[in-house]
Design a protein around this ligand. Sequence first.
Ligand code: SF4
Length: 477
Amino acid sequence: MPSTESRDIHEACGVFGVFAPERCDVASMAYYGLYALQHRGQESAGIVVNDDGVFAVHRDAGLVGEVFGRESLEALGQGSIVVGHVRYATTGAHRRRNAQPIVINHHKGHLALAHNGNLTNAYELRNALEEQGSIFHTTTDSEVIAYVIVQERLRTGSIEEAVYAAMGQIQGAYSLVISSPAKLIAARDPHGFRPLCMGKTDDGKIVFASESCALDAVGARFVRDIQPGEIVTVSQEGIKTDCRHCGSTSRNLCSFEFIYFARPDSVIDGTAVSTARQKAGALLSRQKPVEADVVIGVPDSGLDAAMGYAAASGIPYGIGFTKNKYMGRTFIAPTQQQREVGVNIKLNPVRSVVDGKRIVLIDDSMVRGTTSRGIIQLLRRAGAKEIHMRISAPPFVAPCYYGTDIDDERHLIANHHSVEEIARLIGVDSLEFLSMEHLGEMADCPFCTACFGGGYPTAVPVHGQKDRFEQKLPRNR
Ligand code: SF4
């Protein structure tokens, strides 16, 4: 749900899985679940149906609705386990071959794996695996996870023991949904960087998903979140949980899940996303009050925070922008020159709301500042008298290594400008970012705040992130 600046930031992926007690059309369930998770990744989509140990796979570049049609879903057939994935590339470029779930055929059976997050030691693990003779088919760190699990599977007595052993080697952010021939497994890294939850349908199907909105989409009741470090295994014998890795490190859910990534109708680690956003808005209004006529939010993820700000400050809430919902992949983006003369099709101010008004403008984040500057110009042209910008997150000052592409501090405006300088550069009357202290109050769970300068909860990679394995592949593959 892009707002202004956060259009520049992408989430790594969404994962989904179902274990059905009886063979049925699990592919359609994955299709609807992935549709609900589309905001977490728009570059590729894939589904693997497991029918009594026989895996059928369909995955490709594109949106869920582009990759899957009636024919491809029917071709996947029925089964009792399904794993699904939507992807945005944070490691490994946008290649059809990098679409997930990853499927590996090994000595003891098959494995399908869907991953959300980013490993911080993928480079070292992959080099070690290659030295032992592993041949990689993708440039993703997810394939590294799959190979480590398979290697452990050859040494251990069960897939869940292999996942447990692999979790002792892989570091960083990972929420995983894995199918073996007879089991469905969900696992979350001990920091709990990325969300992962479990639901159940009335007829006994167990569902795992990155966000609870995907459970709603398939008629499953939310049961609980997967705990950081937990491995949940579902089979015909029932549900087993293994928490030997739980509590081994600090808990660090990505705070940006609440600010921007997740859908507002999702509940993550006990907090409703829309409630957290409204709370951030309310905290901002107390942090730096201002006299104004109307509070407006930048669609979509700035809207909840704007409502929270308005309710807490007593300043009326207004719908300040109309967003064009019909811009697909074929839209030809305006050139810099066209932008300078005011071509802006995506967002247009509602003149009757902003003309002659003192405005509080709420957005969820600021990356380079260029998009904010464009929005401010649009509001000025529509007659805004004063613009007081409030950002419902602290300033970005450092890259993310845990599954988003906040990748280069040179591009982060707050890394090299003070708040006053940024206000001048983007042309607002005043500017305030949510404080780190208030960020911590937004939800009832311990956060990662590394990209806001809060310190990395793990060792960070020495090697670069995205595309670091690309050089290993010939061009045009
Ligand atoms: S560094 Fe920022 S975006 Fe990355 S996991 Fe931490 S809070 Fe989230």
